[in-house]
Structure formats: C-alpha cells, structure tokens
Design a protein around this ligand. Structure first.
Ligand code: 13P
Length: 248
C-alpha cells in the first residue's frame, strides 16, 4: 500500500515568527508519523521553509505558479523561481483561485505543465460548487476539470497529485460524507486509469474541512490517499492528529 500524503495549505496565513513556532511544534510531534507530509505556504516564506525544514521529513510547497516561463508578468512567480527554493509541491487550480482570480481549466492545465517541467509535483484541485452538486453536475464538473490537465500533460500525468475539494466543504465546517467523497475519488481514479497505465501511483487527496475528528474515517476510504488540509493545518495538535491518522 502506498503511504498516504497529508498536505497543509496555509493559504494567506502566517508570519515569520508564527511559522517557526508552528513548524517547531509539528516537528517535535512527528515520532510515529510514517505518512508523507508537506506544507504549502505563501511564496515569501519559501526561503524560511528551505532553512527550517532542510533536515525534516516534512516537505514544502507553493500555493500557485505562473503559467508563463519568465518576462513582463508583474507579481507572478515562475516555476523555476519555486525550484530555486527547493519546492517539492505546488497547488494549482485551487477553487479560491478559480473563483477569485477567474482561473480557467485551460490555465490550470498550463500551470500544472509549468510545475512538472521544473520537477515540481502539481497538486491539481478539482471540485464542484454547492449549486453544481444540487444540479447533479458533480461528476461532469470534476471530470471536465481533470480532463483539461490530462489532455495538456500526456504521459507525465502519473507525476501529478489530484485533490478533490468540494467547494461547499471548504472552510465551512461541512465535510463530504466519506462515501460521498469516495464515490468522486473512485471516478477520478477511473479517469486517470484510462489516461495512464501508471495511474495507480497518483495520490488523490480529499480537501474540505478535514480535521482531527473526521480525518481517520475519510482516510479509511479505499480511494482517499491523503488530505489537503486548510484550517486544521494551522494548529500543530490538529495537524499532528491528522498525520497520525494517515500513518495507520
Ligand atoms: P479547510 O480545511 O479550511 O476547509 O480548507 C480546505 C482547503 O481549501 C485546502 O486546500
């Protein structure tokens, strides 16, 4: 069985001092943790991660990457810049970026491509809104979002991580029921298998109000390979409980 992967998405939270306190608390509780772990932090703190996590089993990542390679794109951060800071993962297509920055499926696919060509694993987020779920469109939406990334990345697709994050479950305290999440994960798995013979290597994470209480049940589902954790990743105790649940 492949080891599970738990990724903390800090979103736009943190500060030099609080980051180092949080990481210290996390690192001091890692005995017994055998799953893979990472934190995706705001870009200005990547250098700090490179220093603080140099000898740690916890990897670090970014939350976005430019679709461009270099040039006149004020405010953007390129994949090669992320590479300079030892970044292992990069979230692409998070629903907050799709929603607040109008990111399209095609743009997300190019971002995944940029990350892959810099040797960074893109964590590709897909997920339906409440309205889409109510309209019975969940399957069509997540398949369309993932298809764009598969189409643009061909045989490299086995190098990605997928995160299913139902938009209605993010930061709301509403979690998809384990069976509900499992059903979507199973169909994403099928879609990946149809695209690549190596698909079983791909971790499919669940994200959306995963916490210390519900993590174990979600992670027990056959196609849930880990979690992309927002709020609970900012509390060392909660994050450690989730890491322990993923280590069983
Ligand atoms: P919450 O865990 O805070 O719901 O956030 C989930 C998420 O968006 C992780 O990327």
């Amino acid at each position: 069985m492949k080891s599970k992967l738990i990724v903390g998405n800090w979103k736009m939270n943190g500060g030099l001092r609080t980051n180092s306190a949080l990481l210290e608390a996390i690192q001091s509780g890692l005995s017994g943790v055998t799953c893979r772990a990472a934190v995706c932090v705001p870009a200005p703190y990547l250098a700090q991660m490179q220093t603080l996590l140099a000898d740690s089993p916890v990897a670090w990542g970014a939350q976005d990457v430019s679709a461009h390679e270099a040039g006149a794109y004020t405010g953007e951060v390129s994949a090669t810049m992320l590479q300079d800071f030892g970044v292992r993962y990069c979230i692409v297509g998070h629903s907050e970026r799709r929603q607040y920055h109008s990111e399209t499926d095609a743009l997300v696919a190019v971002k995944a491509q940029r990350a892959l060509s810099a040797g960074i694993t893109p964590i590709v987020c897909v997920g339906e809104t409440q309205a889409e779920r109510e309209a019975g469109q969940t399957e069509a939406v997540v398949k369309r979002q993932l298809a764009a990334v598969i189409h643009a990345n061909g045989h490299c697709i086995s190098e990605i991580v997928v995160a299913y994050e139902p938009v209605w479950a993010i930061g709301t305290g509403l979690t998809a029921a384990p069976e509900q999440a499992q059903a979507v994960h199973a169909l994403l798995r099928k879609q990946l298998q149809a695209a690549s013979s190596q698909a079983d290597r791909i971790a499919i994470l669940y994200g959306g109000s995963m916490n210390a209480v519900n993590a174990a049940t979600l992670l027990a589902q056959p196609d849930i390979d880990g979690g992309l954790v927002g709020g609970a990743a900012l509390q060392a105790d909660d994050f450690l409980t989730i890491l322990n649940s993923a280590s069983r």
